[in-house]
Each structure stands twice: as C-alpha cells, then as structure tokens.
Write a protein that binds this ligand. Structure first.
Ligand SMILES: Cc1cc2nc3c(=O)[nH]c(=O)nc-3n(C[C@H](O)[C@H](O)[C@H](O)COP(=O)(O)O)c2cc1C
Length: 398
C-alpha cells in the first residue's frame, strides 16, 4: 500500500476508535459524593482510568465503579438495610468543626505514631476486608506491599483458601517487606479447631496482633445492594453464642495481643477495659452490619462522657467513612490513636499496588497539610482543643 493511503487508513481507524470510545463512555452516578470537579467524560466503562485523574479517595471510588463488574462493585460498596449508618459515616464529618491556630511553628510536621508499641509513619491503617481479589488478581498482596513501602499498618484478612479471590495467611505475610509489622483479623468461627489452626498459622507467619471481629457473631448484616446479585445471604460460620466469657477466654488461644473490633457502645468499651484488653477498635463495619448503629464519632463521644478512663488505659482505634485527612484528625481529636480505612484501599487496588500507594500518598498529604493549617505539628498533640463537636452532641449523646 502506498504510504499516503496507509496514513489515510490509519487516520480513519483512529477516528472510528475515538468515536467508539465516546460512545462507550457514560456518565457515572456519583452517589452524592462531594463534587470536586471530577471529569469522567474521557473514561471508558470497564477500563482503568489514568491515575493522574485521581485526586482524592472519592475519585478512587468512582474509578472503581467504572472498572469493576457491577456485582463486585456492589459487594464492596454495599451496606446493611437502608444504609443509614453507611451514609451517616460519610456525613458526620460535616457536623464537626476544626479549630485552626495561627502563631505556631509548623515548619516540621510529624505524622508518626505507634500502634500497640510498633512504629508507623501514619496514624491511619488498612483495615481488614474480605474479597480483595475482586479488584485485582494480586488481591491482599498489593495491599500488604503498598502498606509496607509507605510504613503504615496493614491488617490482613485471609479468607478460606477455597475462595479464589483471596490469598492465604502465609502468602500475605510473605508479601510484606522484611521487618514489616502486620496484624491479622480473625473471626469467631463456630468450628474452634479452625480458630486454633488459623491463630497458630498467623503467629508462625509473623503477624504481631489479632483484630478479633465481634460485631457479626452468627450473622452478617442484610446487604441488599449485593444480595440483588448473589441472591442469597452467605452463612457466616460464626459462633452466635459468643459471650463475655468467650471473649475473655479467647485470649488463651494465642500468645498475640487481641483487639476486639466492632465496638459500638461505651458499655462494651468499658467491658473490654475491665477484662484487661490492650486496645479496642470502635467500628460499625462500614455500615455493613447493624443498620442505624452510631458512627465512630458518636461512640467516641459516648465513651468520653461515660467511661473516659478507656482512653487513658487502652489504645482506641476507630473507622467508618474516613475519606479525608480532616476525617482522620477528627477521630484522633476524639481520642482515637489510629484510624482504619476499609473500602478506599479495596477500590484503589483496581490499579494494584500503584493505586494503593497513590491512595496512601493522597491521604498523607491531606493529613499533613491540614495539620499545618491547624497549627499542630505532631499527631500526638491532636486533642479536643482542635475540634468543636457541639452540633453532633446536640443531636446525639447518650
Ligand atoms: C468489602 C469489605 C469487606 C470487609 N470485610 C471485613 C471483614 O472480613 N472483617 C472485618 O472485621 N471487617 C470487614 N470490613 C469492614 C472494614 O474492616 C472496616 O471496618 C470498614 O470498611 C470501614 O469503613 P469504610 O469502608 O467506610 O472505610 C469489610 C469492609 C468491606 C468494604
């Protein structure tokens, strides 16, 4: 073919390709997330958008919605019943004001902290979440390695080896950097030999602590958004008669520190303190279990009012709806030592490790910038002098 005919053919092909791309791109429903001007008009449904388009954690969610099969997006995004708690988790931040002080030296900001005595670069961590393999074949491995490279905590959750979308306890441990500190989540399986076997494997693999999920004993929340695809509620295999004695005794099954995850009332926080746990994790599971449960902000306020000694004698972690550096600051100011991220790292994993690293970078930058603007140079100095929670307290306080 003559060179001029060749280039004409090439030009028409690329024109057809551009038109096709335009036809394939659709408006994405942003689900009421804050409008920060994300433009998806050049994105193609089912294709990974360029990471350069991504400027915050909400962008990451929309990118995941664009790429993932609807049933997989639903499985990450879903929450229980009317998703009242899920929405409350996202909206509570707008009811809290931050106090920014001038005349302070903010030339050197440190976000470093320790969690159960282990040092990390950031006071936020990747929370345990099932089914990481729906976003990427590397599944939990990219979460572990991105966390390791950034120096933040990853709390792994290896599901049953029979579930192809997950890696094993040992594979997750091996994905970390040498000397990377990782924790692992455990469920209260009704099959106790499974619990014992998994705990032994976690210890052997080098995980340093167990986050014991205590908020879906026996059943999961009814997550309508994903039920529409799966058609049935999964059997959890969790023990439904797990009581305070069982919690106390659970510690005899492992030499690792155990942190109850899913504390939703100040009374349960106090019980864990009385039992001598080193830490608790305030969480409503991202709104995926009991719908209408309070947000972490509200539970922390309740603990501060009714059992303030909890903060003096234990470490308190919290999560739910954290998408901004300012959200992290608000939870720290209420007494949390560290803050978990559930959906965002899962969504970011559509790009694999690179996406998770970008997510960590974006949140770190927001945290550091907001601290500087507030006149606080060290995360350990963030306390209640930096927040005004009156709006929340007027509406909710037990
Ligand atoms: C897809 C998905 C799976 C999850 N699986 C678990 C789990 O197996 N165990 C657990 O304790 N929490 C699980 N969570 C809850 C998270 O650990 C975390 O508490 C919650 O997602 C925080 O809210 P956020 O998603 O708004 O950040 C899961 C969350 C998601 C989104």
């Amino acid at each position: 073919m003559a060179p001029s005919r060749l280039s004409t053919t090439f030009l028409s092909l690329s024109f057809i390709f551009s038109v096709l791309k335009l036809c394939l791109s659709i408006e994405i429903n942003m689900e009421g997330l804050p409008d920060t001007g994300l433009n998806t008009s050049t994105w193609v449904t089912g294709e990974l958008p360029p990471l350069e388009d991504i400027w915050d954690l909400n962008d990451i969610q929309i990118a995941a919605k664009n790429v993932l099969k609807p049933r997989y997006y639903a499985s990450y995004r879903t929450a229980a019943l009317d998703e009242i708690t899920y929405q409350a988790n996202l909206n509570i931040w707008s009811q809290i004001r931050l106090n920014g002080y001038s005349f302070r030296d903010v030339s050197n900001i440190t976000t470093q902290t320790s969690i159960l005595g282990y040092n990390f670069t950031q006071p936020f961590f990747i929370a345990p979440a099932a089914q990481a393999g729906h976003a990427n074949k590397s599944a939990e491995l990219s979460l572990a390695s991105a966390a390791g490279k950034a120096g933040i905590l990853y709390v792994g959750y290896a599901q049953k080896p029979s579930i192809s979308s997950t890696k094993s306890i040992e594979e997750i441990a091996a994905a970390g950097l040498p000397n990377q500190t990782m924790f692992h989540q455990e469920y209260i399986w009704s099959n106790q030999s499974r619990v014992i076997d998994e705990l032994q494997r976690m210890e052997k693999a080098g995980f340093k602590a167990i986050f014991l999920t205590v908020d879906n004993t026996g059943v999961n929340g009814i997550r309508t958004r994903s039920l529409r695809y799966t058609g049935a509620q999964d059997e959890t295999g969790h023990d439904a008669d797990f009581d305070l004695n069982s919690l106390a005794n659970f510690r005899n099954l492992t030499t690792l520190p155990v942190v109850p995850k899913g504390i939703k009332t100040w009374q349960d926080a106090k019980k864990c303190l009385d039992l001598g746990f080193p830490a608790i994790y305030v969480s409503n599971h991202g709104g995926r279990v009991l719908d209408s449960a309070p947000t972490a902000v509200e539970v922390l306020l309740d603990i501060r009012k009714n059992a303030p000694e909890v903060f003096e004698k234990m470490e308190v972690y919290a999560d739910g709806g954290v998408r901004r550096g300012t959200d992290v600051i608000k939870l720290l100011a209420l007494g949390a030592r560290a803050v978990g991220l559930g959906r965002s790292p899962m969504f970011a994993n559509i790009w694999g490790e690179e996406g998770v690293s970008r997510m960590i970078d974006l949140l770190s930058t927001e945290l550091k910038t907001s601290m500087q603007l507030m006149g606080v140079n060290d995360v350990s100095k963030i306390d209640d002098t930096y927040i005004n929670t009156k709006l929340v307290e007027n509406n909710y306080i037990q």
